[in-house]
Design a protein around this ligand. Sequence first.
Ligand SMILES: NC(=O)c1ccc[n+]([C@@H]2O[C@H](COP(=O)([O-])OP(=O)(O)OC[C@H]3O[C@@H](n4cnc5c(N)ncnc54)[C@H](O)[C@@H]3O)[C@@H](O)[C@H]2O)c1
Ligand SMILES: O=C(O)[C@H](O)CO
Length: 324
Amino acid sequence: MKPAVILYKKLPDDLYARLAEQCDVTEISDLSPESQQQHAAVFQQAEGLLGSGGKVNGELLAKMPNLRVCSSVSVGYDNFDVDALNQRHVVLMHTPTVLTETVADTMMALVLSTARRVPELDAWVKAGNWQKSIGPAQFGIDVHHKTLGILGMGRIGMALAQRAHFGFGMKILYNARREHEEAQSRFGAQRCELEALLKQSDFVCISLPLTEETHHLIGAAELELMKPDAVLINAGRGPVVDEQALIAALQAGKLHAAGLDVFEQEPVSADSPLLSLPNVVTLPHIGSATHETRYGMMQDAVENLIAALGGSVEKNCVNPQALK
Ligand SMILES: NC(=O)c1ccc[n+]([C@@H]2O[C@H](COP(=O)([O-])OP(=O)(O)OC[C@H]3O[C@@H](n4cnc5c(N)ncnc54)[C@H](O)[C@@H]3O)[C@@H](O)[C@H]2O)c1
Ligand SMILES: O=C(O)[C@H](O)CO
């Protein structure tokens, strides 16, 4: 008998067919309490869960007594309670690597567009304001040969460093618990304390996961340390930055700009002051959102689920110890 699987994400036809070949699939819209209630019998039986978004916590797991594998279409897994999964011997699979280069591209796009004020000046031109030669009021700041500080020197941080160092001749700083030998040898990257990184960087780029330790890692005191013409880029998770403190710093003119792909609340509220500050570039959490990469992530998530249901967790598993 095929294992019962709940799918809470739309898959392309070929990937759906691949999943259905191996599993008995029930497709639901999301993991909301209404969905859980409506499909209570399926939740009781399901051995696998595949999708993205929505909280997977002890309460949900209690409704899924037969669950063995969760497969997330994402690399970040802060919406999963890993302790609760471990207690129930449920393995969590995710999609690292396939999205790394695309997210680094997005971060570089935020670096360039904040420095050179691309969205702001695009709107300015389209509003008919370009009546004579531009002057200092339209100038930006250079990116090339500046200092880029990375918080979260993992897969995405390394791909960003590669772009910044080889493409733009930038000096790379990073903050990490351990020395990153590859970052040092490939990019001449220097490890430094958070305080030193904030003080020295022209661009502070966040590609950190959200954990208890990283929650509000960047608050008022940290923003105060940044150079007045520095830029903050966040493509890790919104709550790594204290958004109220960031708004206050931007309103007080303490930073050149901010580039945000992630927010404390998503979607960001329409009345957030971030949306009316001209020097803030906002994106709707599109770090990995290209056709090619999103397909690759879904393909990996399907293969991860099938492999893990078959007992293989060598690749892309967050908590292989849960099997023991
Ligand atoms: N915006 C997007 O669409 C998008 C897309 C993909 C990933 N992300 C986010 O980016 C994160 C990183 O992805 P990755 O594939 O590079 O993961 P990764 O595990 O390779 O890298 C994360 C790095 O952060 C470091 N780190 C963790 N806690 C730290 C701390 N307190 N201080 C210093 N360093 C710390 C880790 O040691 C690791 O090197 C994901 O967890 C996710 O939250 C966002
Ligand atoms: O973690 C990830 O993969 C991205 O943020 C998409 O959710």
